[in-house]
Design a protein around this ligand. Sequence first.
Ligand code: PEP
Ligand code: MN
Length: 338
Amino acid sequence: MIVEMKTGASRPEVDAVVEKAKSLGLDVQLNLGTDKTVVALLGSNTGQLPTDIFEVLPGVESVTRIMKPYKLASRTFKKADSVVDAGGVKIGGQRIVVMAGPCAVESEAQLMEVAEKVKAAGALILRGGAYKPRSSPFSFQGMKMAGVELLQNARERFGLPVITEVVDTADVSPIAKYADILQIGSRNMQNFSLLTKIGKTGRPVVLKRGFSCTVTEWLTAADYLLAEGNEQVILCERGIRTFEDSARFSLDISSIPVIKKFSHLPIIVDPSHAAGHFSLVPAMARAAIAAGADGLLIEVHPNPKVALVDGAQSLTPSDFARLVEELKPVAKAVGRFI
Ligand code: PEP
Ligand code: MN
């Protein structure tokens, strides 16, 4: 249930709503907008509560039930677009943020080379997997903490904020010390204990869409992060599983305007994992920007042929640089810039 306060409602009036909600056993989240305060009343029994309990309180303008299963991620709770600040880079504003780097951190030389080249090409954030969620237990599982430390070195050397995936609740705190953005992978979108733990860190987080999950399930998962008071949530469309097998996954371009309609959260797109092949990445990246994405997450490897993970979908640094140039007029056409 959403209680919208009148413009200029006083703090004691807001507090009275909060107190009333708490006395009914509800959880409360405040959105102190510039213009109006919105109070989200959360709990499994809000559906049974009559709205007039709150409508009669002084300073209350309206009380609305949120009919969707997700609450804090919804535009009903927060009308203005959220902008996330990751190490000084703003995601969700007018600038389209390109994040790029290898699927997996493999060595210091590999990471430094790619960091230098993606930065020169226009990437604002360095990606690199240190803990890899592999489909097979016999595949390379990542350099783990040594990989996170290399990311930290690259961050210092090139001044690029870094994003890396967390696959286990036990690793949240050590990784959160180093990474500017914690990535929750597609396979973990509904790992609720991981979401809760990452939510508690307050660190910026990219929540990738589960490849068999609906937009509604994705936004409801985002509520687990937001419910911990972490407002720094970025969504990432990375393709879903359909009957179509000509690309690795089917990039759901429609999820971009759908998310923009129903949620205030920024959304980026990962064309690399959706495509599965480098040749498809540029067209999908252009389409994502044209459809309104706030950023891109792209795999780049200095020598994709010898990559330990996802070489087939990785761009070379020169292909990546060419792509960024191609994206600039697309961004301009939709009133954005890179
Ligand atoms: C990744 O970005 O490294 C990754 C494993 O992606 P996804 O979770 O989308 O498969
Ligand atoms: Mn990958």
